[in-house]
Design a protein around this ligand. Structure first.
Ligand code: GDP
Length: 424
């Protein structure tokens, strides 16, 4: 059975925790999109970890962790990450890297920085991990695929060709040091040496695994609203964040994905620029940020304070629908236990009219939240394992959200640990 674990909103919903938890029963965990630009925080028996590239199931001895073809593979970062967890006592994870994955090159990271610098105040708020330049090159067909590392003639010719076009921009647009094809070739040789032992024909591996009845998890990064097609374009990421893309980014038949577990946080947070209708500010936001997540809502990659807001039913219903949710994991609910009353965004007012349909970006930018206030439960729900033991107002909050989004909340997460979960 193949399950996808994906985000409903802007990311940071707690996918890492849910994947780590579901990985207990899984054989294979696959990353299918994105790169080292977002982080997953995982708290388990070995400690607290921020992962950027490794799948969140890599802490168990029984799982195989796969970097799928859809990923923006930064080889040095992957190896640093493996080293950092092994140094902290985690057994060496079993890792496979798709021979069709493409690699983030050092110049992708530089171009990301230079472009954000050039845009100044109009920048995208990129994490500067090279993701947008990487995917641009992939689709412009000048990326480097892992398999190409073993064709020396091709590499020699391609580094020259790539440097020609990159150097025009470096010289005339960015006024930065130029790339040297010989140095680039040397970098690719180093990458070849590092990645060679892990290379795998992943789609074939997964096809066989499905036929053998293995449990496979596809782990998404970010969430629906960051999808380049269905999100808040252009304030999106550069690869699809949808479960459907899991089929492409891992190399699976689309019908193989039988379950789509969407992770949805009990309030909202976002990093980077872009419309965020239910956003809150000032002391109200500061307090939620400080209490949020596990140790505050700050980016796992950048440490940036996240933007905070109330739960957004409009965005979440849309997010669940585009993901094709079969199960909703409702997370970080414990954090709301301090509030007397909890506002929830139930509609958007756009040009004097209220809608519950998530609009395109130009309209979204004019949307104002329509809030409904629910009573708080004013207790610490951490440690509760049975749904019926949750305070009544807490259950009412969950049930209200479930009705609004129209998809079943089958899991409620009330703490960062693996065991902090209530199944319904
Ligand atoms: P991801 O990118 O979707 O994996 O999310 P992040 O790791 O960026 O953010 C989720 C944060 O919330 C992490 O610090 C988790 O440890 C934490 N977390 C996840 N689930 C819960 C929960 O139910 N309660 C609390 N308090 N923290 C949680």
């Amino acid at each position: 059975m193949v399950k996808a674990v994906v985000g409903v909103n802007w990311g940071d919903e707690g996918k890492g925790k849910i994947t780590d938890m579901l990985a207990k029963e899984a054989d294979i965990i696959v990353r299918f999109q994105g790169g080292a630009n977002a982080g997953h925080t995982i708290v388990n028996d070995c400690g607290k970890f921020a992962l950027h590239t490794l799948p969140s199931g890599c802490f168990y001895g029984h799982t195989t962790s796969i970097i799928g073809n859809g990923v923006a593979l930064n080889i040095p970062i992957l190896f640093q990450e493996i080293q950092s967890i092994v140094e902290r006592g985690v057994p060496m994870p079993k890792i496979l890297v798709s021979d069709r994955a493409q690699m983030v090159m050092p110049y992708h990271v530089l171009f990301d920085q230079y472009e954000e610098e050039r845009l100044g105040g109009k920048s995208f708020g990129s994490t500067k991990s090279g993701i947008a330049p990487f995917y641009s090159d992939k689709y412009a067909k000048i990326g480097f695929q892992v398999s190409e590392l073993f064709d020396e003639e091709l590499l020699k010719e391609k580094v020259v060709r790539v440097c020609e076009t990159k150097n025009v921009l470096l010289e005339h647009l960015y006024h930065k040091p130029l790339l040297d094809p010989a140095e680039l070739l040397e970098t690719l040789h180093q990458y070849r040496e590092m990645v060679e032992p892990y290379i795998c024909d992943v789609s074939s591996y997964l096809w066989n695994a499905i036929r053998e009845g293995k449990e496979i998890l596809l782990e998404g990064q970010l969430g629906t609203l960051k999808d380049p097609d269905h999100g808040i374009y252009p304030m999106v990421t550069s690869s699809s964040t949808l479960a459907a893309y899991g089929a492409i980014g891992a190399g699976l038949p689309p019908y193989a994905i039988e379950k789509v577990v969407v992770v949805c946080k009990a309030y909202s947070s976002a990093v980077g620029a872009g419309a965020f209708v239910s956003e809150i500010f000032g002391d109200e936001a500061d307090e939620l940020r400080r209490r949020g997540g596990d140790g505050g809502e700050y980016g796992a990659t950048t440490g940036r304070p996240r933007r905070m807001g109330w739960f957004d039913c409009v965005a979440s219903r849309y997010g669940c629908r585009l993901q094709g949710a079969t199960d909703v994991a409702f997370t970080v609910l414990d954090v709301l236990g301090y509030l007397d009353e909890i506002p929830v965004c139930v509609g958007y007012e756009i040009d004097g009219e209220v809608t519950t349909d998530f609009p395109v970006t130009s309209k979204l930018n004019r949307a104002k939240p329509v809030l409904k206030t629910l009573p708080g439960w004013k207790t610490d729900i951490h440690g509760i394992r049975n749904y019926e033991e949750l305070p009544e107002n807490c259950r009412k909050y969950i049930e209200f959200v479930e009705e609004q989004i129209g998809f079943p909340i089958t899991m409620v997460s009330n703490g960062p640990g693996r065991e902090d979960i209530i199944y319904r």
